[in-house]
Design a protein. Structure first.
Length: 723
């Protein structure tokens, strides 16, 4: 510790004034005021140091920094040299750094991991293409381009970008709504318009709408990344994401029920669409195709058995999980083709899958005003879901991800792919867990996955013509298992945190029984509301010291805690701003005493005594019976110490309340001392006029310092307060 000789505190009557916090010596100051350590076998601890108010502390331990002018600050923050511009630009392409430091020993692991993820991309791409109310091939497009783009712009080796079930179902609700509006316009117009609205026309219109949503979501994400708004994810609570993803899983599974039964169900949009869908399903249940139902049941059983009894049970022994999804697709296609299930039993099949790559084209910009809010919701959800998985993988594998660069990556993946007939994309947890399990080393694993999908698009697409739709529907339903089982966490959430339970459950219920977009608004709204309520329920309390100890504890939950003679210590567990400033004052007055009430009562009593018996004295020779009250019926208070350690933020309303408290207690000769004031709060007080009528020396480094100052100060006439 630095030599403190010559530095004097408010109590420095001696050059080596110290604070003693124990009865057994274990350390002491040497001759020049430096800290010296000694040992003691008693188990007691002694801390000896000078008494510090905040001004003394800042003076002794100030850090001298060179003054930087405005021109220097601008020059330092806005360096425009060609080298700095080039470096800044290249930072947006993490692939360059990966290639520069890539070791060829990693290539086998990355190739195997990427190929395994590709096995899952294929069936999920086909299934989620249908889930988005488009055709399976559009799911493959929406898988191929985002994979390659994330390799270039992404930073997490384990994030598997591409089709996602939640975004697919949200896309379906948007394109169905817009297609329904188009059909209604055509139906109410002249008959010629109705005649030209073929199924292919409706599909093309849906694709254009999906591209527009992808384009706008990409723009939003890219703008957020360039504006460095990655911190926004902290406002999406874990409970909200849990409830919303579970509700999304219910919507996704519901959308596949009609495909598993091969019955025609009209799409519904708006509030209560899930309820309407189930009503229609049960109304048409007698039209179920038994062959599709049998295929669905068999596929569900096989998928669950392999994933639970093999992949999950023996995951420690398996180098990589059994790709049962891909095997089901291959076997189902072969059986359907050679048994002619479509011709003999009317089993619905995927049909022709166009080969080749799509020609880029512009999205349908005409619908942008109508899908703006939908695109914003999808953008936020894509970021929240993906960054959550990226941070989880970073924690499990001990590396860092850049939130802002990830935003840029998600934006580029959606923005660029929107010109290639793609719908919105983000991470898929099952594929990400595959990469984690196989121990991928870099984002280059995505190249292998992309090559696999490219081969399917260029040559192997026609091989899946006979693939039963029921197989894909069963795969999607089983893939929702983990999300649906999140409901089992509710009892634990209830035990741990009631507010989190409310957020989780309300988000789920509103998303299920109203709609997903309303669920997002309600979930985030309730999350914010619980923060406000928690802040309003924040409590103030008195702090005291146990006998023989120099520590300060909450008197509500501790036994044998005593007040410091002549001192009250009050703590408040929240920030101090407009929403709770009055509560702070109310709690302070309830725990200590109301100075205005005490002053009024005292003045009233003095007036009454003066009128009735101006010369009377009591047995002790005192003129006021009030002043003669026994000491054990009240407490003499000189100082009120406010522990500000949790007041990390203060606004004008909070400052005004502090001013009011200082003035009101000053009227009854009680000084307010502030202790443990956080840096931001202190700077805010400095910028205000708080110190015009408040002594800066009354702000102390710690409660110990404030108590020492209070107990050694005798400059005030005490007041007698009955508590």
């Amino acid at each position: 510790m630095a030599d403190l000789k010559g530095m004097r505190s408010p109590l420095d009557n001696d050059e080596h004034q110290t604070l003693l916090i124990s009865e057994e010596p274990s350390q002491h100051y040497g001759a020049k005021g430096t800290m010296e350590m000694s040992t003691s076998g008693s188990g007691n601890v002694q801390i000896k140091r000078r008494l510090y108010n905040q001004r003394d502390l800042d003076r002794v331990y100030r850090k001298d920094e060179p003054e930087i002018g405005i021109k220097d600050k601008i020059k330092g923050s806005c360096s425009c040299s060609p080298k700095s511009i080039c470096h800044h630009f290249l930072n947006y392409f993490p692939i360059i750094g990966v290639l520069r430091h890539y070791k060829l020993t990693k290539i086998l692991v990355d190739v195997l991991a990427g190929l395994s993820a590709g096995f899952m991309h294929l069936p999920q791409g086909l299934g989620f293409g249908l889930l988005a109310s488009l055709q399976p091939v559009y799911g493959l497009y929406s898988t191929f381009y985002p994979i390659l783009l994330y390799v270039i712009f992404g930073t997490s080796p384990h994030v598997s970008f591409g089709t996602n079930a939640v975004l697919a179902v949200l896309t379906a609700s948007i394109v169905e709504r817009e297609a329904g509006a188009l059909a209604a316009t055509g139906a109410t117009g002249n008959s010629s318009i109705v005649n030209i609205l073929t199924e292919q026309d409706i599909l093309e219109y849906k694709v254009g709408v999906a591209m527009a949503v992808t384009f706008l979501a990409g723009i939003i994400l890219l703008a957020m990344g360039l504006m460095r708004l990655g911190f926004l994810t902290s406002y999406l609570s874990v409970s909200f994401i849990g409830g919303f993803t579970t509700a999304s899983a219910i919507h996704i599974a519901t959308s596949q029920v009609s495909k598993m039964l091969n019955i025609k169900v009209l799409p519904h949009a708006g509030a209560g669409k899930l309820v309407k869908t189930y009503i229609e399903i049960f109304t048409n249940i007698t039209k179920t195709n038994i062959a599709d139902l049998v295929i669905s049941v068999i596929c569900v059983i096989i998928l669950l058995l392999v994933k639970i009894c093999i992949n999950q049970r023996f995951k420690a022994k398996l180098k990589f999980p059994v790709p049962i999804d891909l095997l089901i697709v291959i076997v189902g296609t072969i059986i359907s083709h050679f048994a002619n299930l479509n011709g003999r039993f009317g089993v619905a099949v995927v049909g022709s899958i166009p080969t080749g790559m799509p020609v880029p084209r512009l999205p349908n910009f005409d619908v942008l005003p109508r899908v703006g809010m939908d695109s914003f919701v999808i953008a936020i959800l894509a970021f929240a879901l993906t960054i959550a998985m990226a941070k989880l993988m970073a924690r499990l594998n001990e590396y860092e991800v850049d939130d802002n660069q990830e935003l840029v990556a998600y934006g580029m993946c959606n923005f660029v792919s929107s010109f290639f007939l793609c719908f919105p994309s983000c991470v898929a947890p099952p594929r990400t867990m595959i990469l984690h399990t196989l121990g991928t080393k870099s984002t280059l694993n995505g190249i292998t996955s992309a090559v696999f999908i490219l081969i399917v698009l260029l040559a192997a697409g026609p091989l899946f013509v006979s693939l039963p739709v029921a197989v894909l529907a069963a795969m999607i339903v089983v893939a929702m298992k983990e999300l649906l089982l999140q409901v089992t966490h509710l009892p634990e959430i209830w035990r741990v945190s009631k507010p989190d339970f409310v957020i989780w459950l309300m988000t789920l219920l509103v998303s299920v029984f109203v709609d997903l977009d309303i669920g997002i608004v309600v979930g985030i709204g309730i999350s914010i509301l619980t923060v406000i309520i928690q802040n309003q329920l924040s409590s103030g309390y008195l702090v005291g010291s146990p006998a023989g100890e120099r520590m300060y504890l909450d008197k509500r939950f501790r036994n044998t805690i005593n007040d410091v003679p002549g001192v009250k210590i009050f703590a408040f567990d929240a920030q101090l701003f407009f929403a709770n400033a009055e509560r702070f004052k109310k709690q302070l007055y309830e725990n200590v005493f109301h100075p205005a009430t005490h002053r009024a009562e005292k003045e009233m009593f003095v007036d009454s005594v003066t009128i009735s018996e101006p010369d009377s004295k009591n047995a002790n020779g005192l003129e006021s019976p009030n002043e003669a009250a026994p000491v054990d019926q009240g407490q003499i208070i000189h100082f009120l110490i406010i522990d500000c350690s949790r007041i990390s933020y203060i606004d004008i309303a909070g400052i005004n309340i502090l001013k009011q408290i200082v003035v009101e207690f000053g009227h009854v000769s009680v000084d307010i001392l502030l202790a443990r004031v956080p840096k931001y709060t202190l700077e805010t007080l400095e910028r205000s006029d708080f110190f015009v009528n408040y002594k800066r020396d009354f702000i102390f480094y710690d409660i110990v310092d404030a108590v020492e100052f209070a107990t050694h100060s005798h400059s005030h006439d005490p007041i007698h307060v009955h508590l």
